[in-house]
Design a protein around this ligand. Structure first.
Ligand code: NAD
Length: 304
């Protein structure tokens, strides 16, 4: 760090305002700075990120930026940060939100940004903290073609894949639909393992059959919840996350909020939300990987 930029780096370098330098935002901002972009960051907590200059306010971080990136906890905070940065931004700049938030907040912020002559994008990620550090995130993107083209070089630095899913809000829609499938399939995989245990079926045999049969899924094949079976996963590390159960609960609640708002019937999504809520809020799920549903089922009988 601190090295002089080459002429080429200066040529391609963008000015980026990065707001929300937490577990995900900090490594994403560091990767952009390491790639030669000028990154000015802001967080309400006192954090320092290699290569990133700190601003005193979100508006200051946004003022000269070609692209403002937000990586924040939820939709209410996004709305409040957006109302502060949008008036400060240069006309024609892009506002790229990478947080996971409700579809309504994403669309409301996009409408406000568009009215101010900005290029809004919602681009939630999958890949977790490991993917943020390694620059291997997947971005699911909603917004105009023009906005997507502006942000594409940044997606290529922070991630390994981006999918343009259509208009504003569609990135968030893709994310919560994917994670609703993930929550449901993880529960189904865990309860099937617990049933197999009671039936006297060896877990390795269960894995060998299901992972090559019609019950296969990412939860079984790539992230097997049974320790010592299948590829390395958080189950092999005492269910240290990985993807924490409370983050799964957040995404499932967003899926149910969206289902309510759009009048969609999602009975399994609803059940998965209720189960993860109980696991996180009334049992020992908080701080454990979301695949720790397996020891939960293992310890229970049919009626509790
Ligand atoms: P985090 O809590 O570590 O980071 C959020 C940061 O935002 C914090 O540093 C906080 O101080 C800051 N912040 C809060 N209010 C602010 C404000 N008004 N102005 C400026 N900064 C403010 O959370 P995270 O794990 O980095 O997650 C960020 C987003 O990414 C969330 O929406 C989360 O759902 C999503 N996400 C997280 C993961 C993961 O594995 N952690 C994976 C995919 C998506």
């Amino acid at each position: 760090m601190g090295e002089k930029l080459t002429f080429e780096q200066e040529e391609r370098g963008m000015k980026i305002g990065f707001i929300g330098l937490g577990n995900m935002g900090a490594p994403m901002a560091a990767n952009l700075a390491a790639a030669g972009h000028t990154v000015v960051g802001f967080d309400t907590m006192d954090v320092s990120v290699e290569g990133v200059t700190r601003a005193a306010t979100a508006a200051e971080a946004a003022a000269v930026a070609d692209v403002v990136i937000t990586m924040l906890p939820n939709g209410d905070i996004l709305r409040s940060v957006a109302s502060e940065v949008i008036p400060a931004m240069k006309s024609g700049a892009a506002l790229l939100d990478c947080s996971t938030v409700d579809v309504e907040s994403a669309r409301a912020v996009a409408a406000e940004a568009e009215a101010a002559g900005l290029l809004p994008l919602d681009a939630p990620v999958s890949g977790g903290i490991g993917g943020a550090s390694a620059g291997t995130l997947t971005f699911m993107v909603g917004g105009s073609e023009k906005a997507y083209a502006t942000a594409l070089p940044l997606f290529d630095i922070m991630g390994q894949k981006s999918v343009h899913c259509g208009a504003s809000g569609n990135g968030q829609a893709a994310k919560i639909c994917n994670n609703m499938i993930l929550g449901v399939t993880m529960i189904a995989t865990c309860e099937a393992f617990a049933l197999a245990d009671k039936l006297g079926l060896d877990r390795q045999a269960m894995f060998d059959v299901v992972s090559t049969s019609s019950g296969y899924s990412w939860s079984m094949n790539a992230y097997c919840p049974a320790p010592g079976v299948g590829p390395q996963s958080p189950a092999d590390n005492n269910y240290t996350p990985g993807f924490a159960a409370e983050l799964m609960l957040k995404d499932l609640r967003l899926s149910q909020q969206a289902a309510e708002a759009s009048d969609a019937d999602t009975p399994l999504g609803q059940s998965a939300t209720e189960l993860y809520a109980r696991f996180v809020e009334a049992e020992d799920g908080r701080g454990r990987d979301f695949s720790a549903m397996l020891p939960r089922f293992e310890a229970r009988k049919r009626n509790g």
